[in-house]
Design a protein around this ligand. Structure first.
Ligand SMILES: [Zn+2]
Length: 320
């Protein structure tokens, strides 16, 4: 089996992560460290800003000029992955990302895939979801991300946007979401939404038992307070767990997955919230779909998105 190399890129709302990947047949392994760089400190960065940072990072990796490049991107893409339809956390709409990166990096063809599909492709190929079927992913970071894999392949959907767990609508909830719609899970449970809500409630004098004046609103602090029995923190965590758990349980009842892969910065920093979401999901999933259901954290860690994007670029899957 010949061994080739590829480059994996993960573009998040604030940081980009890149790594070299060694490819042996259908097996991939990370080669060297994951390199991480802040690219959007203002929250207003453009595709040109991203192109500058990425061309520099990819050059420093030293991968050959013919190495395939896969890019995981946090946003909704057209079916062919060429254009960003909507990236709520960046404020981007209708951006020709693939062409901009190809021009900036001097590469003929760059594969762009939704970041959650990349993460799940990585976990299915070489991580915690290897051999499990079907699989759902539920990640809570800045936003709420989802993906599903059936028969070892990440499901694309008719328009390329299957798995948008964060934009499932909740009955009786009307919060404005960054995607432009209302009532989305992400508007209630995404990390950015949680911090905005904490800031607003603190400005009205709430949360005095949890946060000192001037201290930033932080999910880890809320999680500690909930663990210690603070009623305000417990009420918020229960509300979020019920919202996200309702959406996730609907997906579990429909798909009957063997495994739900969990991850994202909010879940990692607030394990008590993650546990409550798991319990709420189990409680709301039909019992026939619950019997063999497991929840596990992804085990590719911070490299998952970049490794998964490289998987998609090299293997032309596993997505379908
Ligand atoms: Zn939405």
């Amino acid at each position: 089996v010949t061994s080739t190399e590829a480059v994996g890129v993960d573009v998040g709302a604030t940081h980009v992560r890149v790594c070299r990947v060694r490819v042996h047949g259908r097996e991939l392994s990370q080669e060297g460290p994951l390199v991480r760089r802040s690219w959007n400190p203002s929250g207003r960065a453009t595709v040109d800003d991203l192109s500058v940072v990425l061309s520099d990072l990819v050059a420093t990796l030293g991968a050959g000029p013919r190495a395939p490049i896969g890019v995981g991107f946090a946003g909704q893409l057209t079916d062919d992955g060429r254009v960003v339809i909507n990236a709520p956390n960046l404020g981007w709409r209708d951006v020709a990302l693939a062409r901009a990166l190809e021009n900036a990096l001097g590469r003929p063809r760059i594969t762009v895939v939704n970041d959650m599909k990349a993460i799940l492709a990585g976990e299915v190929s070489m991580g915690v979801a290897r051999g499990a079927d079907p699989v759902l992913a539920c990640y809570v970071g800045t936003g709420v991300g989802g993906a599903l894999a059936v028969g070892g392949a990440v499901v694309r959907g008719a328009g390329g946007n299957a798995g948008e767990l964060g934009h499932v609508k909740l009955y009786g909830y009307d919060g404005a979401c960054g995607c432009g719609e209302r009532g989305c899970v992400e508007a209630l449970c995404g990390g950015a939404a949680i911090v905005r809500r904490l800031d607003a409630e603190r400005a009205r004098g709430a949360w005095g038992s949890v946060f000192r004046d001037g201290e930033p609103s932080d999910v880890a602090r809320v999680d500690e307070a909930a663990l210690a029995g603070d009623p305000t923190a417990l009420a918020l965590w229960d509300e979020l767990a019920l919202g996200l758990g309702t959406a996730l349980a609907g997906a579990c009842t429909l798909l009957n997955p063997e495994l739900v892969v969990l991850g994202g910065g909010v879940f990692l920093r607030a394990p008590g919230l993650s546990e409550r979401v798991t319990q709420a999901t189990l409680g709301l999933t039909a019992s026939v779909a619950r019997a063999r259901l497991r929840f596990e954290y992804g085990d590719l860690g911070e490299s998952a998105g970049a490794l998964g994007a490289a998987c998609v670029a090299v293997l032309k899957g596993p997505t379908r």
